[in-house]
Design a protein around this ligand. Sequence first.
Ligand SMILES: [Zn+2]
Length: 60
Amino acid sequence: MSVAATIECPICAGAVGLPADVMLGELLECDDCGSELEVAAVSPTPSVREAPLSAEDWGQ
Ligand SMILES: [Zn+2]
């Protein structure tokens, strides 16, 4: 699959662009509400959740 998809923002239910090469843990930003979203799963069904707000502890 090389076509970029969208996923529903868990905060505002808006459509968030999902890169074709999206990776687990990648951070996306919702264009509608500006929330940072963390990719929680990529397969078989991509899902995102609201990213932790701690800017100092990103882990890896
Ligand atoms: Zn949103």
